[in-house]
Ligand binder design. Sequence first.
Ligand code: AHR
Length: 529
Amino acid sequence: MKRRTILRGLAGAATQGSAVTALNRIAGAEASASDFSVTVLLDEPIGTIRPTVYSQFAEHIGGVIYDGIWVGTNSKVPNIGGIRKALVEHVKRLGKVVVRWPGGCFADRYHWRDGIGPVASRPRRFGRWREVTEPNTFGMHEFIRFCRLCDVEPYFAANVGTGSPEEYQQWVEYCNAPAGSTTLADERAANGDREPLGIRYWGVGNESWGCGGKFTPEDYCREYRKFTEWLPEYGVKLYLIAAGPNSNDLDWTRRFFTKWIDGTRAPIQGWAPHYYCGTTGHALKFTIDQWYEQLFKANRMETLIRDQWTVLGLFDPEHKIKLVVDEWGGWHPAGTEINPAHRFEQMGTLRDALVAALTLDTFNRHADKVDMANIAQLVNNLHSLFLAAGDRFVATPSFHVFEMYRPHHGGRSVRVDVHAPELAFGPGKPPKQIFRIAGSASRTGQRALTLTLVHTHATDPAEVTIRLRGGLARELGQTVLTHKELNAHNTFEQPGTVVPRSSPAELRGSDLHCVLAPASVTRLDVTLG
Ligand code: AHR
């Protein structure tokens, strides 16, 4: 009876028939309170969570740059020198993250000189995405200004597809050469930035197995060597990022590094796999089985990190090269764009928020392996944190997850041991299994512990006992993001539909107890005694 009541609250888009079928198959639905426990091993550190794993990606595609970030200096939309003010105010709330630019696939046909100098004389070019002409109104100085306004760090992806090693070398020189030292440094000064920009994150192509040139791993490795050999440092320790595999393609990684070790090893600091968990159903319409399937696919990030790390270790046993997952997120079919010109724009729901949360927890749990990760993309594209059109702007549920997880930034990740029966779902025999509860924990200073938990069950709550091994809780706070409808989302008209809410949490003796709402993300702020 209770289940039927809850079902009424489900997303209208999820058909009741399939919801009931799915529920009947959920093994975990019968679990009792005592089945759920989370132990935080305060004395088992994993590594420091770099704020850069909460990073962003902004490509010249659809509505990301034009309309999303750049509204123009003459716009009626509140702006700071042409940059959307509401976006700046929200990106600041993400903390010390990195923004990757200008692509994506766009990067491999982008010539950086097209975007510098007086705007009126910048060339108009064929846009990589074949939709509109790229006007180059927004170039690197505009992007740097955006980063400064938001207090985030830029990450440039260089053109290996149609560019040259020399063009790349000159881009680094233009950005980082000391004032007055070279003609390019003078040109930079003439364009408004006398002091070096000190850019340290540099990508060497993008998806070089695909839109970045359709290279074999061996050919890409050869290009990588040429492109990185003559890069000047100018006192900036460059962090070079090589294009990793499509999802967890181990063959790409093995073959690239087999080639890499056969001669002098070109410097690589970051290895960049891309993983899109895609879709099940549609951004707004999905069954309960598809809810679980989407979370299941997102959870493959765990395997990807472990597998890629193992293969990296064969070639780099000291693990100096870290993972940089510089594109990740959900990718739903077209149909929910707020503006038809915004290619790959999709509505982000509670489901996408759980995908974001479980992925961020995965990165936190692998803080020793993942240096950076960039959700695709910041605004108006795929798994966006924001949607913007003209003077309208809204934060998606995924933005709220990123903000909820901020206390993890710079924290020391510690091991979390979860005991909760898995959920079975789907028509298969045997059905697929997905975790019911997963999360991550980090410590800041001596007394602060942040524990984030994702609860996947679509309809039932879970009462969880939380044990702290190696410490005692003195105070507890709880913040929860959930909604009774699985496809709930924020709109321009109703921006507060899916937002986090803080509530009292109970401390009983040495263990903590909390009830995780169905389909929820929870953050517990624990003050240790
Ligand atoms: O994020 C959209 C596109 O997806 C990027 O340009 C490309 O790198 C990926 O395939």
